[in-house]
Design a protein around this ligand. Structure first.
Ligand SMILES: Cc1cc2nc3c(=O)[nH]c(=O)nc-3n(C[C@H](O)[C@H](O)[C@H](O)COP(=O)(O)OP(=O)(O)OC[C@H]3O[C@@H](n4cnc5c(N)ncnc54)[C@H](O)[C@@H]3O)c2cc1C
Length: 412
């Protein structure tokens, strides 16, 4: 959609094919009839540093709808949750121990904020680098749980540039859109349609072929001068098997994690302290990585008084959660909810939804920059922009906008 915005403004005729019957992709949301706002299928927020996204929102004239509440992020130490949403709070976190550890934590954080040389950092794993410079205790308390949670069995293989990018590009203030991310996507689609962009919903593409005679591209039999694909790398490989062997191999060798997120509507608040984001130490036996009480970020008034909680995890494909029923997953999660609030009762649950995706988080290994597929593919007129190419940045809607607009610039 960001690419379509620029291409249409440059005078091109643009058609968007979307397989779902709504816009928004991974950042889309859903709504109960008595809710004013939608909730995201996969918890989402923006950072104040998301300049590509916030810049686009300004261009769309929607900046008055972006809000930056101040929610609490917390981290566990010896069965107690501690605030973890500012540098000061991080330094006060008891899990860091005393003296030298706090100094090392502070220096590592400062170095990563200041250095621009991610190319040096991608040559080493985050595991090795953090053990060396932050030290064992700091690494094991602060960084290792994050790596294990996000990357499971790949956690020792992820490069240090990934960690650098997270620390560099993220702020503690978190933002959202009035009405939810789906509202933003719908307003954006409305503006695009108003400019003459055709958006075809429920239009899943099956094949893209180059037509030698006309030198244009056939998208399921319809001809276009240029095509930008924004799906996962493996889906592009399926859609366009005539891509040269080396490009296809590059697409198929990229690793990524899937995600399973349960959303619960509750009659009571789960966190007694009003916490929003719980960094959950999965290695201590919790069945998910993040517990997010959305209505401690935006008011439950927008959801007819319902309290909205997400429990989510990044998982390797083939993990049992992908094949479990919603009810089986709930049975697995319920004992953990009681750890967050011993008074939690099953009767508090109004309704649950479970969303699953195979492609949620690219895994950047050592020396990853040489594995990034070019936006301009070897097939003339065919371009590709995905989460796997925003490296060294970590995936996010901000970088989806940035790469979409970069691709549009290349397409002319
Ligand atoms: C658990 C989770 C949490 C996240 N949290 C955040 C966050 O807090 N903040 C943030 O900014 N980002 C977050 N993200 C990342 C963010 O959702 C993505 O970076 C962003 O949505 C990527 O946009 P995209 O357009 O590249 O891809 P997608 O959103 O994946 O869009 C691809 C689109 O292609 C469509 N499609 C697929 N196949 C076909 C086909 N054959 N034909 C036609 N259409 C097709 C899909 O339906 C989809 O709409 C999160 C993601 C996950 C999974």
């Amino acid at each position: 959609m960001a690419a379509a915005w620029d291409l249409r403004k440059a005078g091109h005729e643009v058609t968007i094919f979307e397989s779902a019957d709504y816009v928004g992709g991974l950042a889309s949301g859903f709504k109960e009839p008595h809710w004013d706002w939608s909730v995201e299928k996969f918890y989402h927020h923006w950072f104040q540093s998301d300049s590509a996204m916030l810049g686009l929102i300004r261009e769309l004239g929607l900046e008055d709808k972006v809000i930056f509440p101040r929610p609490y992020t917390v981290m566990l130490h010896k069965d107690k949750w501690y605030p973890f949403d500012s540098i000061l709070n991080a330094l006060l976190f008891p899990g860091l121990g005393f003296g030298l550890n706090k100094i090392r934590f502070g220096f590592v954080g400062l170095f990563l904020r200041l250095t621009k040389n991610w190319q040096a950092l991608e040559k080493v794993t985050a595991h090795e680098w953090m053990m060396k410079y932050a030290g064992k205790q700091v690494y094991e308390q602060m960084w290792q749980p994050l790596l294990i949670g996000k990357f499971a069995s790949y956690y020792k293989d992820v490069n240090m540039a990934w960690m650098w990018a997270r620390i560099k590009a993220r702020t503690t203030r978190l933002g959202t859109f009035e009405g939810g991310f789906q509202r933003f996507a719908d307003l954006f689609a409305e503006k695009l349609r108003g400019m003459g962009v055709e958006i075809r919903l429920g239009a899943g593409i099956k094949s893209i072929k180059q037509d030698q005679a006309s030198r244009s591209l056939s998208v399921d039999g319809e001809f276009f001068d240029k095509v930008l694909v924004t799906t996962s790398p493996s889906l592009l490989a399926k859609l366009c098997p005539s891509l040269p062997e080396s490009y296809l191999k590059g697409l198929l060798e990229l690793k990524s994690m899937g995600a399973v997120v349960m959303t619960l509507s509750l009659s009571h608040a789960l966190s007694k302290d009003g916490y929003y984001w719980f960094n959950v130490p999965k290695e201590q036996g919790y069945p998910f990585l993040a517990l997010v009480e959305h209505t401690n970020f935006v008011s439950s008034e927008h959801f007819g008084g319902d309290h909205i909680v997400y429990a989510g995890d990044y998982l390797e494909l083939g993990h049992e959660y992908f094949s479990m029923s919603d009810e089986e997953l709930l049975e697995r999660f319920i004992p953990a909810f009681q750890k967050f609030n011993p008074e939690f009762k099953r009767e508090w649950i109004n309704k649950i939804w479970v969303h699953k995706t195979n492609y949620a988080q690219p895994v950047p290994l050592v020396g990853h920059s040489k594995n990034i597929p070019d936006i301009k593919t070897p097939i003339e007129g065919l371009y590709f922009a995905s989460m796997s190419q925003v490296y060294p940045w970590d995936r996010g809607t901000n970088f989806a906008v940035e790469i979409g607009r970069r691709a549009a610039g290349m397409m002319g």
